[in-house]
Unconditional design. Structure first.
Length: 140
C-alpha cells in the first residue's frame, strides 16, 4: 500500500513528456539546453507543490472537491491533479483597454466561480489577490 501511494520520480518525467504540450525546440548551445531544463523542471515543481497543498488541505478537512470533472460535475475528489486544477481556471480572462489619449486604463476580469474560489482558499490564497487585477488605474 505504501508503494502504491508513494510519489514517484517517474511521474514528474511523465508530466514533462506527455502532459506539458510544448513544441519541439531547436537548441544548440549547452546553456540553452540547461536553461530549458531548469524552466521545465521549475514548472513541474510548481504543479507538484500546488497539487500537494490542495490534496493536504482536503485531507486535513476530510472533505472532497466537486466539479473538477467536466464530464461529471457531481463527481467528488480529494486527490485532484494539477492539470484538472488548472483546467478549472481555463475560462478566466482579463481584458485591459487603454483610452486613445492614454490617460485611463480599464480592466475587466471574469468573476470567479464557487469552485475556483474553493481552490484558491484551499491553496491558502485570498481571492482579493485575484480581484486586485481589476483595480482601475488613472494615468500611467
Amino acid at each position: 500500500m505504501c508503494y502504491r501511494n508513494e510519489y514517484r520520480i517517474e511521474r514528474i518525467f511523465n508530466r514533462l513528456k506527455s502532459r506539458v504540450h510544448i513544441a519541439p525546440l531547436f537548441v544548440t548551445r549547452d546553456d540553452q539546453i540547461e536553461g530549458l531544463t531548469y524552466l521545465l523542471t521549475l514548472g513541474v515543481r510548481v504543479l507538484t507543490v500546488m497539487e500537494f497543498v490542495l490534496r493536504r488541505s482536503l485531507q486535513n478537512a476530510q472533505t472532497h472537491l466537486p466539479g473538477l470533472h467536466p464530464e461529471n460535475g457531481k463527481k467528488m475528489t480529494n486527490t485532484p491533479t494539477a492539470e484538472r486544477i488548472l483546467k478549472a481556471f481555463l475560462e478566466v480572462s482579463l481584458s485591459i483597454l487603454q483610452t486613445a489619449t492614454g490617460e485611463e486604463i480599464r480592466r475587466w476580469l471574469t468573476p470567479l466561480s464557487g469552485l475556483q474560489q474553493a481552490i484558491l482558499s484551499r491553496l491558502g490564497l485570498a481571492t482579493s489577490l485575484y480581484q486586485q487585477l481589476e483595480i482601475q488605474n488613472s494615468g500611467n
